[in-house]
Design a protein around this ligand. Structure first.
Ligand SMILES: [Ca+2]
Ligand SMILES: [Ca+2]
Length: 195
């Protein structure tokens, strides 16, 4: 539902706006237009309002697949945070938005996230991958193993016990889970039919 225009409240709002416009224009005509011209002017305004209502009603049936501040790619929505948190706090922050710390499943998705990260002027961002349960055994937040990987050269190097993964430059780096980073959440997009 979030991110989609409500089909109930928006038409009512549009009707209200149209009525307000109608009365404003009517008052303007009463004050400024000679009596003989009023009837033609009111008729023209009513035609314009009918056209506006028709156009805006079409808009009311339009549905966005993602919330306004999320990116869209292949039926999923992606959010780059504005704050910085530890890896565990980032997992919770995504759950709070009914999403997951991002799981990357393809090179195309990796490239999309690189560009989304750059667009948001973020250098490093947590993704949903860690080996904090068992050193060297990488798992996504849904407990699946990575099918593809995009480690930067020399990574993962586990320097000083690094168990959580961040997007860094154009690839992955293991970093200390207690470091504070931006993060990226992912959730399925909302088809209009689900409204
Ligand atoms: Ca590690
Ligand atoms: Ca590292």
């Amino acid at each position: 539902m979030a991110g989609c225009l409500s089909r109930v409240s928006l038409p009512l709002l549009l009707l209200f706006i149209s009525l307000v416009l109608f009365f404003v224009l009517l008052v303007t005509i009463q004050v400024q237009v000679p009596e003989k011209q009023r009837e033609a002017e009111v008729k023209a305004i009513l035609q314009q309002l009918a056209w506006m209502n028709s156009s805006l009603s079409s808009l009311a049936n339009f549905c966005l697949p993602c919330p306004w501040n999320w990116g869209y790619f292949h039926d999923s929505c992606y959010f780059v945070s504005w704050a910085q948190k530890t890896w565990n706090a980032s997992v919770v922050a995504c759950k709070d938005q009914k999403a997951q710390l991002v799981i990357i499943k393809s090179a195309e998705e990796q490239r999309f996230l690189q560009s989304l990260k750059n667009k948001n002027n973020v250098r490093q961002a947590w993704i949903g991958l860690s080996d904090h349960h068992n050193e060297g055994a990488w798992h996504w937040v849904d407990n699946t193993k990575p099918q593809v990987s995009f480690w930067n050269d020399g990574e993962p190097n586990n320097v000083g016990d690094e168990d959580c993964v961040e997007l860094n430059n154009n690839g992955w780096n293991d970093n200390k889970c207690t470091a504070e980073n931006f993060w990226i959440c992912k959730k399925p997009s909302s088809p209009c039919s689900s409204l």
